[in-house]
Design a protein around this ligand. Structure first.
Ligand code: PAF
Length: 281
């Protein structure tokens, strides 16, 4: 497994792989890898002859009051985990190489998708994500890129960016990987105190409860959201949003008479967790 630190070297490798007729799958990550990321890497290895994993904590997708400085970084642990899998190149640039001093004038923004769910409280987030992902695509030139559905809105933003800008990359969706008690795996789970960790599975349990209610015939989104708020608050979680939304546009849905995305952001202590399920239809 080759570790690549510079953008220029990664571009050269990408060009060579193309000339050699290899197919490349990229797994973009911010490191602090857990089993959820490793599942994306295994999926990447199934889709392509070469696998590139990027590890870059992207400063531009964090707001000023967010956790960029304390975001977990463990490149040695990451390389150990990736070394046990079929990974050809780990692209781990530093911030100065991705964003050369002097700054960048260009950013990728979407008009509607970021105006929902996480984008409401994190206005910097999706322009930062879309811009860095497009840069990673241009540097690594993958045929496919694999993303986890825990970050459902991120997946939709990237799918839409790729469609709108004719980016020649196939986006592969991977189901959310969960702990045995249902909590969605996330690098931020390590921020949770033992007490909050024990409470956090209520998020997925509640989302499943709503999906079951829809399967039993409940259609009123406002009633579903009220039901969920109560369960999560009773368990000690502070709800940032709970939404019943169209799975493509992420617009709110009032009547769940077709497949809907049920998505939540909930804080336990200072830790913000997100999760979602698609239900109905
Ligand atoms: O999902 C993440 O880890 C990040 O948002 C991504 C896609 C690697 C972009 O920095």
């Amino acid at each position: 497994m080759n570790v690549v630190l510079s953008v220029a070297e990664m571009k050269e490798i990408a060009a060579k792989l193309r000339r050699a007729g290899e197919t490349v799958a990229l797994v973009p990550t911010m490191g602090a890898l857990h089993e959820g990321h490793l599942a994306l890497v295994r999926e990447a290895a199934r889709t392509s002859s070469r696998v590139v994993v990027s590890v870059f904590v992207n400063p531009t997708q964090f707001g000023p009051a967010e956790d960029f400085a304390r975001y977990p970084r463990d490149i040695e642990g990451d390389l150990r985990k990736l070394g046990a899998l079929k990974v050809d190149h780990v692209f781990a640039p530093d911030a100065a190489s991705m964003y050369p001093p002097g700054g960048s004038e260009t950013r990728v923004d979407l008009t509607r998708l970021p105006g929902h769910l996480c984008g409401l409280s994190r206005p910097h987030h999706f322009p930062g994500v879309a811009t860095v992902v497009l840069k990673l695509f241009n540097i690594c030139r993958p045929d496919a890129a694999v993303f986890g559905l825990k970050d459902y809105q991120q997946v939709r933003v990237i799918e839409r960016m790729v469609a709108d800008l004719d980016v020649p990359v196939r986006i592969v969706r991977h189901p959310t990987v969960r702990e045995p008690d249902g909590l969605a795996m996330s690098s931020r789970n390590r921020y949770l105190s033992a007490e909050d960790r024990a409470k956090a599975p209520v998020i997925f349990a509640t989302l499943k409860h709503l999906a079951d209610a829809i399967a039993r015939g409940e259609r009123d989104a406002a009633r579903l959201i009220e039901l969920a708020r109560g369960r999560i608050s009773d368990a000690g979680g502070s709800v940032e949003y709970l939404a019943v939304a169209d799975p493509d546009t992420l617009d709110d849905v009032a009547v769940a008479d077709r497949p809907v995305l049920i998505a939540a952001a909930v804080r336990f202590g200072g830790t913000r967790l997100i999760d979602n399920v698609v239900a109905g239809g």
